[in-house]
Design a protein. Sequence first.
Length: 202
Amino acid sequence: MFSDSRILTVPKAACGHLTQTGTVPADIFDWPGEPAWLLRDQAETNSDYLQIIPYLLLESGARMSPGGIWCYSRIGGHEKRLLQQFSCGVGGHVEWGDCSPSLACTAENCLWRELKEEIQSPSIESLRPLCWLYENESEVGLVHLGLVFTAVWQPFCLPEVSPGEGLASLGFKSPADICVDERFELWSRLAVSAYISCRETT
């Protein structure tokens, strides 16, 4: 059994079209390659493997102003390369304790754990897969592969970040505004662009 210091990765060579900057609909919901568990320090400097990051967009519910996506700024945390950037994705690395035989269950286990760590008393509807996400324009993006989900935030109040997580809530913002605001990390802008495109076709 691997320790919790290991995170889930897949070989970049097996990811094919997923390694172009942009998003791909998550219609084929399966592992893009043979999973490999690497120490995080090793994975961050090994471009032969991509770290799978489940990434959740929280939509405002019907009891609030619908159509918004919850956002936050990074004011602390372990990833210094993302400090002061805005984001609208809740998520993180898949740990050994999240592991399940299926990618869907593994990703959902990871997201539920991350939600409970980052947001106080989270309450959402079911998780819905949206797209795969990759960007090769930043040092962080080169070694990560996003699996984006959406879910509706249920309470009639803003999500509150947990103390010590290094996040500051920005509230719900218009998807169209997020896409053109360069204070948001590229992952967020790509994910929200895919979210808008999906809404326009459904």
